[in-house]
Design a protein. Structure first.
Length: 712
């Protein structure tokens, strides 16, 4: 249940700000009927419940499937298998993406059924499949990301010349909508397996990023191709503004849920069938693991049904009504201001954005502060929504007036910023265009477009998702350029030092992933590592019944040179999407002396100046006490921890970790906390058990050099 509650908290934080803004507006500037408010609140509850269950299903089912399928592709060691698998998996995983279904249903609604939801979902999924296949091929062949993106966007710009104005906005919105909660974790998990086929083990991690960015261009290209091939130039659009005064509260939900349950089943079922066939032929996971994966897919179906029901029956009408009423009764400037505030609040409440800011701060060793990144993204997204409103108010201002110079700047920056930031920036375009953008902000702009004289809902009502997705691409690359300028002098000085730094890297992941990460690391020059088995503390009959006790963990420990360590951490955390899914964490601690790796002795005589922001607290206690220590640590501000049992990697009854014997009756509790909470956690643990007394245990603290992932 702890895992589900974490998901509920994440979604709750994203949905509540929009809910509060709507309630404030409904009692002030845009009075809404009681039934519409009730429908909106019920829709918000269903969105929170549905998306939480859906994300839990992604963790239990979709991400493990991606990892296992990637491993299967790796074992085939055939380029043709990679391309074919990319086509099949890319299509079906895109079909199951919630945000794509929302966008497609709105296109169908605005066009009066001329463009059906089914056609948009299928066309976009075909584009995702083709470009995912190409993206996987790029990883295998080590083709530079920035060159491929340049070619793809040049193709898009040429196609845009022949694409109707009505389809231009829809095509770019499809790119932002398809990179959501379902596709991103799956694509990243698939990439980690395929990357193991690379033979150039010493290559930089920079060309292993950007798979999501490459795949998302497929949505743009496929929708543009649809417009060009079928000559869709004369399509008209409008939306019905419903005040809800005469409608029943529950009737829309009851009407929607049966249809959406069937549609959701058709979206999830192909993924399950493909996995079951591959499992029968090649993968063959254990029965318990197979049960967890299938249960996760059932959660996907249930969560997708609830989420789409809440959106269609509760959120869409409220968003259109507020946008229409503001535009009709209160003028342009107020509409622009409220649009800016909604964009600002939405990005601040997006959990994935906060994960992204922590990652960038860690990647740059604290040079690029997360507050700067968050500020740049929030203001940028607010401006993106405001500019979309301005485009509605001034029909002569077209979407390509924004997108063409915007992407031109983004593509030009690729050639000057560190290549790591290129992958992060383009992959993160979907981070800011989350569920609230696809559900509320898009309908808000459609309602405004319906009210403004001279505005076309099909032209001006779409495009806001593409504007929001463009923001982080530019903002993060600009920050990367600033980081490059600021660190250039220090990097030059560092190259003159004859000192080789070593790091001890920890990967805390779900059971079954550690060996794959170790294999991945060896391909890139790491000599070896040690795997310890661990667990978390979720227990209980109901948790076991609903498969919420899947908390078996593995801790992989690797000692290697600092540069390779940091590269490996960035690659694995990005490919496994630690920050976005919360499925793992990796951190490193400095090594003062290293003996091994062929018998050499490495003494570190100089230590570079590092600002430590986190600490790793290691607590060794008698068996059965670790859970109490974890509870005490959590009461003092720690998020969570991992309990390592005595058997380590299973090689012997006694394992050694940092020269300390961990015997079968002992447990090692590993906790990573922010530095300003370290003392409080230590005091809380020591108050729970007197570690100074003989035989009670030992606790030691290590400074964390870098960290990727969520500490919960």
């Amino acid at each position: 249940m702890t895992v589900l509650m974490d998901k509920i908290r994440e979604v709750f934080v994203s949905v509540v700000p929009i809910t509060v803004i709507v309630l404030i507006l409904s009692f002030t500037l845009t009075p809404m009927s009681g039934s519409m408010i009730a429908r909106f609140l019920l829709g918000a509850v269903l969105i929170i419940a549905g998306l939480s269950v859906f994300l839990l299903g992604v963790d239990l089912g979709v991400t493990p499937i991606g990892t296992l399928m990637g491993s299967m592709i790796t074992k085939s060691n055939k380029f043709s298998i990679v391309m074919i698998a990319g086509l099949a998996l890319g299509f079906f995983i895109s079909v199951a993406e919630p945000d794509l279904h929302i966008l497609a249903s709105q296109v169908e609604s605005v066009t009066g059924g001329t463009i059906t939801k089914f056609s948009i979902v299928v066309v976009v999924s075909i584009g995702i499949a083709v470009l995912l296949s190409i993206g996987l091929g790029r990883i295998v062949k080590a083709f530079p990301l920035y060159k491929l993106l340049t070619v793809l966007y040049l193709v898009i710009f040429v196609m845009a010349i022949f694409t109707s104005e009505e389809f231009l906005a829809i095509s770019f919105d499809a790119s932002g909508a398809t990179t959501g909660a379902m596709t991103v974790p799956f694509i990243m998990a698939l990439a980690i397996g395929v990357s193991a086929m690379r033979r150039d083990s010493k290559s930089s991690e920079k060309d292993s990023f950007g798979l999501v960015a490459v795949a998302s261009t497929g949505a743009v290209i496929s929708v543009m191709a649809m417009s060009i091939i079928f000559d869709m130039d004369e399509i008209q659009g409008s939306v019905e503004i419903i005040d809800g005064s005469s409608s029943s509260v529950l009737a829309p939900f009851l009407n929607e849920i049966t249809v959406l349950a069937l549609e959701s089943a058709m979206a999830v079922l192909p993924i399950m069938l493909i996995f079951l066939i591959c499992n029968f032929i090649s993968i063959r996971v254990e029965a318990g693991e197979l049960g967890r994966i299938c249960t996760g897919l059932v959660y996907n179906w249930a969560g997708l049904t609830l989420f789409l029901t809440g959106v269609n029956a509760g959120f869409l009408d409220a968003g259109r009504f507020i946008g229409h009423t503001l535009a009709e009764n209160h003028g342009g400037w107020l509409l622009i201001l409220i649009g800016f505030v909604i964009g600002l609040v939405t990005i601040l409440a997006e959990p994935a954005v906060h994960v992204l800011t922590h990652q960038i701060e860690s990647v740059t060793s604290g040079y690029v502060k997360r507050s700067y990144v968050l500020g740049a993204l929030s203001i940028g997204v607010g401006c993106a929504v405001a500019l979309s409103i301005i485009r509605i108010l001034i029909p002569e201002l077209q979407l390509w007036h924004y997108l063409l110079p915007g992407y031109a700047v983004a593509l030009a920056l690729m050639y000057f910023v560190p290549k790591l930031f290129v992958g992060i920036a383009f992959d993160s375009g979907g981070v800011s265009s989350g569920p609230m953008t696809a559900t509320f902000i898009l309908t808000f702009t459609q309602g405004a477009a319906e009210s403004i004289e001279g505005a076309d809902v099909l032209v001006e009502g779409f495009g806001v998702i593409s504007m929001v997705a463009l923001t982080p691409i530019i903002a993060l690359q600009v920050l990367g350029l600033l980081f490059k300028i600021k660190s250039a002098g220090e990097e030059h000085a560092e190259r003159k030092k004859p000192v080789s730094r070593y790091e001890c890297v920890y990967f805390v992941v779900y059971k079954g992933l550690a060996s794959r990460i170790l294999h991945f690391a060896r391909k890139r020059g790491v000599s070896g590592g040690t795997i310890f088995y661990g667990r978390q503390t979720a227990k209980g009959f109901w948790k076991h019944l609903f498969r919420l006790d899947h908390v078996e963990k593995e801790v992989l420990v690797i000692v290697t040179e600092q540069k390779l360590a940091y590269q490996l951490m960035r690659m694995v955390s990005k490919l496994l999407q630690f920050g976005m899914t919360g499925d793992g964490i990796t951190f490193s601690v400095p090594v003062a002396r290293f003996i091994g790796d062929g018998g050499d002795k490495h003494h570190i005589t100089e230590k570079e100046k590092v600002t430590f922001m986190y600490d790793a607290i290691n607590i060794i206690v008698n068996k059965g006490m670790a859970e109490e220590m974890l509870a005490a640590a959590q009461s003092a501000g720690a998020y969570s921890g991992t309990i390592v049992n005595a058997r380590g990697a299973g090689q012997s009854e006694t394992s050694r970790l940092f020269s300390l014997d961990i015997e079968p009756e002992k447990e090692l509790l590993l906790i990573v906390v922010e530095r300003d909470r370290t003392d409080a956690v230590i005091d809380a643990v020591n108050a729970q058990i007197d570690l100074d007394a003989p035989g009670n245990g030992i606790m030691y603290v290590q400074e964390v050099s870098r960290i990727y992932g969520q500490m919960k």
